[in-house]
Design a protein around this ligand. Structure first.
Ligand code: GCO
Ligand code: MG
Length: 418
């Protein structure tokens, strides 16, 4: 029998940072949550959902997840794009949450059941110099991380995106919530500007990994994010230069728009490649999969059209022995992270899960059931996603515009990829 959707609310709040959350409720009062956060463009998705999607949902069968997905994707005429796909993702995730609650099961049971003890997580270590970086790696090892992303400051450059530094001790000033908050979205009406020099980066990065391997040995899986900043030939050189340090992956070496660029990179290096955090559909991956140009899929549930769509992308990836490496920064809400963990524990081709840890304020609103133990994340056994939404706590944290930095070349101030 049909279980009708009776209400749909778009919740915008800023507990630690801005989040857009969709809450659907059935006529029997069963609630489902979906994450629709697009960092720095939050209100665009809130409007897309509130003005154009939620009115369509009232009265629909909450069980008809695939039909609702197709209805919102094909029905809009305007396909793809981060705003559309985040909105569809939120609806899809909320419907899976409801279905699992109605079944009385944690969501992963509906996705095929448990395939592993937990999802291997990687944390973000970083430092302005090697000393700070080593401290940060040690701190992550103490927290139990068994895989670590390494980002470092570059001599001659000021602050570098993705690198925590003593500068972030000026919490509030930069928007950082702690010294380890290295990707602060600054609360202001426009982004801060950082400086960049690709040649300095290419000279320095291999030295950093050489030092890290010398200090921490050959076992520890190490990852690195180049944040779309390189040309194909520069990326090829970096991949080659890092080969002796045996990276788990090198992420986003080139801008994502031109996937064919990865062909050039792949010709030159055996360093595994990860890409896709800014992709939003299966179509973005087609060439990359079929030509086996990448090793890991970075799309999160939140930006790729939900659990239904990410599952489809990852099944397609499995044909080519490509694995998941789902995006998990703090701008993916606990709802988006929980969805990734239910999927990650069930699928055959799980690779790794990014885990940055949300602030206390964030966890107080969402109260996630997932746990991090001995380097592994587990989604918990509560029915559904295992995430809630505390309206009263959320109301104490109203939305405020906040933006990540932009990046200009040190040489002449040209705007560069960040
Ligand atoms: C990562 C990402 C993030 C993004 C951020 C954008 O690998 O975790 O690159 O740091 O920059 O999520 O909103
Ligand atoms: Mg990244």
């Amino acid at each position: 029998a049909a279980t009708r959707i009776a209400s749909a609310e778009v919740l915008v709040a800023s507990p630690g940072r801005n989040f857009v959350t969709l809450r659907l409720r059935t006529e029997d009062g069963v609630e489902g949550l979906g994450d629709a956060t697009v960092n720095g463009r939050e209100l665009a998705v809130a409007s897309y959902l509130g003005d154009h999607v939620t009115p369509l949902l009232i009265g629909r069968d909450a069980h008809a997840i695939e039909d609702t997905w197709q209805y919102l994707y094909r029905g809009a005429y305007w396909r793809r794009g981060p705003v559309t796909m985040a909105a569809i993702a939120a609806v899809d995730t909320a419907l899976w949450d409801i279905k699992a609650k109605l079944a009385g099961l944690p969501l992963y049971q509906l996705l095929g059941g448990r395939s592993r003890r937990g999802c291997l997580a990687y944390g973000h270590a970083s430092g302005a110099d090697l000393e700070e970086l080593f401290d940060s790696i040690r701190d992550h090892l103490d927290q139990g991380f068994r895989a670590i992303r390494v980002q470092s400051g570059i001599p001659g450059l000021g602050s570098v995106y993705g690198v925590a530094s003593s500068a972030n001790a000026a919490v509030g000033e930069t928007g950082a919530t702690s010294r380890y908050d290295h990707e602060p979205a600054r609360r202001a009406i426009r982004p801060v500007e950082e400086e960049w020099d690709t040649r300095a980066y290419l000279r320095h990065a291999p030295k950093v990994f050489e030092a890290v391997r010398a200090e921490f040995g050959p076992e520890l899986p190490l990852l690195h994010d180049a944040h779309h900043r390189l040309t194909p030939i520069q990326a090829a050189r970096l991949g080659k230069d890092l080969e002796p340090y045996d990276l788990f992956w090198l992420e986003d070496v080139t801008p994502a728009e031109n996937t064919a660029m990865l062909r050039r990179v792949r010709e030159h290096t055996t360093t595994p490649l990860a890409i896709g955090e800014v992709f939003n559909t299966i179509w973005d991956y087609r060439e990359l999969f079929e030509e086996q140009l990448i090793d890991y899929v970075r799309s999160p549930v939140t930006h790729a059209g939900g659990i239904t769509a990410l599952r489809r992308i990852l099944d397609y990836a499995a044909v080519y022995q490509i694995k998941s490496g789902v995006h998990g920064p703090t701008d993916i809400s606990p709802v988006g992270l929980a969805a990734a963990l239910h999927l990650g524990i069930a699928i055959p081709n799980f690779g790794i899960q990014e885990y940055m840890k949300h602030s206390r304020a964030t966890d107080e609103v969402f109260r996630p059931a997932y746990r991090f133990t001995d380097g592994l994340l587990t989604p918990g056994e509560e029915p559904g996603l295992g995430v809630g939404y505390d309206d009263e706590t959320a109301r104490a944290h109203p939305y405020a515009p906040a933006y990540l930095p932009v990046n200009r070349l040190q040489l002449d101030g040209s705007l560069h990829d960040w």
